[in-house]
Design a protein around this ligand. Structure first.
Ligand code: ZN
Length: 343
């Protein structure tokens, strides 16, 4: 019997030396001896009934000693394997900090989107809600309701893309004003950004461009409210030192109508190439909503008045970022687009 125990002991030592090269293998080996059902050492206990009664105590003690010894061996083996595997993993995952870094390219928003977001931020801060109209309009919403009937000479101011005698691509986001005023009663304070289309094409005009329309309708709205809002807008976009001035103009849907200039943010008003020596740069058209437009939408023009302004998003971006050809905004040239990142 003693020989048998010694043989098992030797077998374990040999196994540990030769077979165990990983934790999984060490676990399998341990099972061969210590598994409560299949293990060789557990099997020895079953032989108890064949042992002479006077030797039973001695035998039991020896088997227990062997079991404890084996447990120690396998626990130590497991620890060793664990350490080895960790070392292997560390070696594999070692980072060479002297290697050159991988260049990760990040994109940025398109300048028109950036400008649109900045404008929305400015006016949302003043309580404007966003209304996105539709790019295809009928003649009524784009012209007639905006006080521009069919024979009106102002229709010649805009070269329109007609889809059919009735439908067209909107030439201005102002068409959204009518939809809003038809469905909502004052007080109204909306901002309507979107694409507009005109048959017009040169360095500063594109057949498709973006506008942002602002409309406020409430009691006692005056030009002062308009000037106040636009002052906030130019200070946020072009700098704290800028201011606005209003010049008389004409649009069929506003009365009075104004062209809005911003004081030149390049020269501070002294006169430079950008402002063509005048100290002022024209940025947008605006005015007090024509009473006829309010009435077309069923709003009492005696009780309510409104202001409206239309900002060209490309133009605002071109001025701010010093871009002199509108095409540069549409050509998707990454060398240009990468330089403009305000967000
Ligand atoms: Zn200037």
């Amino acid at each position: 019997m003693k020989e048998e125990l010694a043989a098992i002991k030797q077998e374990i030592l040999d196994g540990i030396k030769e077979k165990a090269t990983s934790r999984a293998e060490a676990f399998e080996l341990r099972k061969q001896y210590l598994d409560s059902k299949m293990g060789k050492i557990s099997g020895l206990m079953k032989q108890m009934k064949t042992i002479a009664p006077e030797e039973k105590a001695e035998f039991g003690k020896s088997v227990n000693e062997l079991k404890n010894w084996a447990l120690e061996q396998f626990t130590a083996l497991d620890e060793k394997m664990k350490k080895l595997e960790l070392e292997k993993r560390y070696a594999k995952e070692k980072i060479d900090v002297t290697m050159p870094a991988k260049n990760i390219e990040t994109g940025n928003l398109h300048p028109i989107t950036q400008m649109r977001n900045q404008l929305i931020d400015v006016f949302a801060g003043m309580g404007f809600e966003i209304y996105e109209g539709s790019e295809v309009e009928n003649d009524y919403y784009n012209f007639t309701a905006l006080n521009t009937p069919k024979d009106h000479p102002a229709r010649d101011m805009q070269d329109t893309f007609y889809l059919s005698p009735e439908f067209l691509l909107r030439t201005q986001t102002s068409s959204g004003q009518i939809h809003v005023m038809e469905s909502k009663k004052p007080p109204i304070k909306i901002l309507s950004p979107g694409k507009v289309f005109r048959s017009d094409d040169d360095a500063t005009h594109s057949p498709m461009f973006s506008q942002m329309e602002g409309l406020v309708v409430d009691e006692k709205i005056t030009l002062c409210d308009l000037k106040g809002m636009l002052d906030v807008f130019v200070k946020k976009i072009y700098g704290e030192d800028t201011t606005t001035r209003l010049r008389p103009s004409y649009f069929p849907f506003t009365e009075p109508s104004v062209e809005v200039d911003v004081s030149c943010f390049e020269c501070g008003g002294k006169g430079c190439k950008l402002c063509k020596g005048t100290g002022w740069i024209e940025i947008l058209g605006a005015g007090i909503v024509n009473k006829k437009v309010l009435e077309n939408c069923g709003i009492d023009s005696e009780k309510y008045s409104g202001l409206a302004f239309g900002i060209g998003i490309e133009r605002t971006a071109m001025l701010k970022y010093g871009i002199n050809n509108i095409k540069m905004l549409f050509e998707s040239d990454l060398r240009v687009l990468k330089q403009i990142n305000d967000n």
